[in-house]
Design a protein around this ligand. Structure first.
Ligand SMILES: [Zn+2]
Length: 380
């Protein structure tokens, strides 16, 4: 390999061309001189490398290209083996993550690297071997991902329940009830306490965790009521004007207005949880009938779906991507290529379109098309 040093005891440099030239070399020879006094040295040997150049040390010519190709193949083989091991137990989030971390592109880095070997004497056989190995690894990847997609399967109970939670959380009636429940205890001059979870979402999350275990609606209802009671049972009524009209609790049998208000507040909490629970049950039941035979277009930014908080919506990964574009965010400077969020247009069942527009992930924004499409028609 050809390298140079600027003095007999100096460090070794890989000069690099023009603007890419090592600054230490450029200081002595400038950026544009091409007749640098490089000297060939044996590849195997001990050299004191310049810290700027050590990353550029590589084998010259076809040997260097082949070395890079071999490194890529070894790394990809390890990746594919791990993929094959985990594929049978994957859910949609895993599928999305593995898909976006594929070493095969796009763009596929291999063709460019192999052109470095094209026409080089004595390298044709190695080039074909590398091409064959890469192709075989790609095929193993496709097989494993197909298996993973089968394993991930149709949306399960947790997904259906998460959809119901998101739909109910977005419901204005539910939001108003939650706010009233909170305001009664907080009083008219309350400031939102950002250190505690929002009580509405908290209760719905508790419901989701409970129902996702075995679909027991009664247990999920109890869990949600318990969560609400834990939050408010000792909270005094500070704003009586928000209690329901007409009252739920007869005023007799109470020693004081405060005792009546406490009972009335308790009855209201129960009523609110009852109503929220029946909305959740409706949304669950509706999931069985919604959108099995119709589809919509869905505009989604934040693709691919890879955050842990998006596990329940990650099943969108299974639907066909019709188009995609990069979101150019002027606020972010140079994110790594695979970290750039995409905007995609998907074609999804109505079930999924409703879920996507109701979910409240930090990264995902969704808008559903208004046109109802029928599966199998005009799919292109
Ligand atoms: Zn250098």
């Amino acid at each position: 390999m050809d390298v140079l040093r600027t003095s007999a005891k100096g460090k070794w440099h890989v000069p690099g061309p023009d603007a890419d030239r090592c600054p230490y070399v450029a200081r002595v020879y400038g950026y544009h001189r091409t007749d640098l006094p490089t000297q060939p040295v044996p590849v195997l040997g001990e050299y004191d490398w310049c810290s700027h150049c050590i990353h550029r040390v590589g084998l010259p010519g076809p040997a260097g290209a082949f070395y890079t190709v071999a490194g890529l193949i070894v790394a990809a083989a390890g990746w594919v083996t791990a993929l094959e091991e985990q594929a049978p137990g994957m859910d949609w989030l895993d599928v999305a993550r593995w898909t976006c971390r594929t070493p095969f592109g796009s763009p596929d880095p291999m063709p460019d690297l192999l052109t470095g070997l094209a026409g080089a004497r004595g390298w044709a056989r190695h080039r074909h071997t590398a091409q064959g190995l890469w192709h075989a690894l790609r095929q193993r990847t496709d097989t494993a991902l197909t298996l993973a997609r089968q394993a991930a399967g149709p949306p399960g109970l947790r997904v259906v329940a998460a959809r119901a939670r998101d739909l109910v959380a977005r419901d204005p009636q539910t939001q108003a009830e939650t706010a009233t429940l909170h305001a009664i205890a907080a009083g008219p001059f309350a400031i939102r306490d950002w250190t505690r979870p929002d009580p509405g979402s908290m209760a719905l999350d508790v419901w989701l965790t409970a129902i996702a275990q075995d679909g027991d609606a009664e247990a999920a209802y109890t869990a949600m009521l318990t969560a609400v009671e834990q939050r408010y049972q000792h909270a005094p009524v500070r704003d009586v004007s928000l209690l329901p009209q007409p009252a739920l609790t007869p005023p007799a049998d109470h020693d004081s207005p405060a005792a009546w208000a406490a009972d009335e507040y308790k009855a209201l909490r129960r009523l609110v949880v009852d109503q929220r629970s029946s909305r959740l049950d409706d949304a669950l039941a509706q999931a069985q009938t919604t959108g099995t035979d119709t589809e919509r277009l869905l505009l989604l930014s934040g693709w691919p779906i890879t955050a842990s908080t998006e596990r329940e919506i990650a099943y969108l990964t299974q639907y066909p991507v019709l188009d995609r574009a990069v979101v150019a965010d002027p606020g972010t400077s140079f994110p790594a290529l695979r970290e750039i969020p995409w905007v995609v247009v998907l074609r999804v069942p109505e079930f999924a379109a409703e879920h996507a527009t109701a979910q409240r992930s930090e990264h995902l924004r969704a808008r559903a098309g208004t046109t109802i499409l029928h599966p199998g028609v005009a799919r292109h």
